[in-house]
Write a protein that binds this ligand. Structure first.
Ligand code: TPP
Length: 373
């Protein structure tokens, strides 16, 4: 018996080793490991470096504010800067970005103000920024729903003849959600201009990758849907940028979707309410700290004479100024009205919702009479 396989159905699997353009010591690589991609020019790399340094300072600052009780929760992206910033820097302002809850540093790169990024983590019912103005959807907490939104928007843009690409991020755990499969399938069948970037930080809270999938890499999954898949070193910002840029341009010119896996590591806890020492070894964390994405690019830029001491100081000062502005914004007391939650759910009033609102109003009134906050 022979299988009825149409020519073109058999597609090449992604590389077994992650594609990279810079090694951990900051040396430019050549040959097979680069997958045919080229190192971006010096100006682009310096800009990616600046974005990563500013993003890390922001992330460290927000984590500190969370510990001081200024924010309810914050999912840190420390260690994942290359993956996030490399990918999001590859789209244009007119393209759309559909993030997850962990992608605050990518939002920062999209030009969204810190106070607006942090509004929902602080307890506001809304996401704090104008999604249309920034062409950036609200950060999604339900896993993988944003991938469907990205496919839907990309499909609509194509029907309208607008040359827009939708970039979406999802975690390794989120690839096991039904929504992710539907998005991959729909995107590939309809050839929508969507780029899926899986931020594989190797844990879904406490669930390690080997219990999440039996596939050799998450990029391998692309083959089954009939789209290209790339397995990329997520701590190499140059590689993340180059591969995403190529996928974005392919999507823009009618080539359909791409799945990119950035292989990286979450250095911090899942969120401030998680204790990672219960499920992972500190030695593993140290191993990944030595693969720091910022240091890698820094070594390269210094060796090439692109990053001078004065530029480094200038970038550090900009990062400090942003951290100070973030602190200032979060130190102002938030004016939160829990009852606003009910305001924009339905256009017309619904009795069941009014009852819930009245019950909450009564509870809040009872608490304030009792002197509780
Ligand atoms: C639909 C859905 N199911 C379950 C959860 C609970 N949950 C929140 S985060 C998380 C783990 C997600 O891991 P991953 O996708 O790898 O992203 P990471 O947090 O590591 O960036 C889970 C299961 C959720 N938010 N949404």
């Amino acid at each position: 018996m022979s299988l009825n396989v149409e020519p073109g159905t058999l597609r090449a699997l992604p590389s077994e080793k992650p594609l990279r353009l810079l090694d951990n010591a900051g040396h430019a690589l050549e040959g097979e490991v680069t997958g045919g991609f080229e190192l971006p020019d010096a100006d682009t790399l310096l800009e990616l470096y600046r974005r990563m340094v500013v993003a890390r300072r922001f992330d460290v600052q927000v984590t500190a504010l969370t510990r001081q009780g200024r924010l309810a929760t914050y999912p840190s992206a420390l260690g994942e800067e290359a993956c996030e910033i490399g990918a999001v820097s590859a789209i244009r302002p007119e393209d759309w970005f559909f993030p997850t809850y962990r992608d605050s540093v990518a939002l920062l790169t999209r030009g969204i103000r810190p106070a607006d990024i942090l509004a929902s983590f602080r307890g506001e019912w809304h996401n704090g920024y104008d999604q249309r103005e920034h062409r950036t959807a609200a950060q999604a907490t339900p896993l993988a729903t944003q991938t469907l939104h990205a496919v839907g928007l990309a499909h609509a843009a194509r029907l309208r003849g607008e040359p827009i690409v939708a970039l979406t991020f999802l975690g390794d755990g989120a690839t096991s959600e039904g929504d992710a499969h539907e998005a991959f399938n729909f995107g590939a069948v309809w050839q929508t201009p969507t780029v899926f970037v899986v931020l594989n930080n190797q844990y879904a809270i406490s669930v390690p990758l080997e219990r999440q999938t039996n596939a050799a890499t998450l990029a391998d999954k692309a083959v089954g849907y009939g789209m290209p898949g790339y397995f990329v070193d997520g701590n190499d910002v140059a590689a993340m940028y180059a591969v995403t840029k190529a996928a974005v341009e392919r999507a823009r010119t009618g080539g359909g979707p791409t799945l990119i896996e950035g292989f990286t590591y979450r250095i911090e806890a899942h969120t401030n309410s998680d204790d990672p020492s219960r499920y992972r070894d500190q030695r593993e964390v140290e191993h990944w700290r030595r693969r720091d994405p910022i240091e890698r690019l820094e070594k390269y830029l210094v060796s090439e004479g692109v990053l001078t001491e004065s530029i480094r100081e200038e970038i550090a000062a900009a990062a400090e100024a942003l951290a100070a502005a973030t602190r200032e914004a979060m130190n102002e007391e938030a004016e939160l009205d829990p009852l606003e939650l009910f305001d924009h759910v339905y256009a017309a009033e619904r009795p069941a919702l009014r009852e819930q609102r009245d019950a909450l109003a009564a509870e809040l009134a009872a608490r304030s009479e009792g002197g509780e906050r």
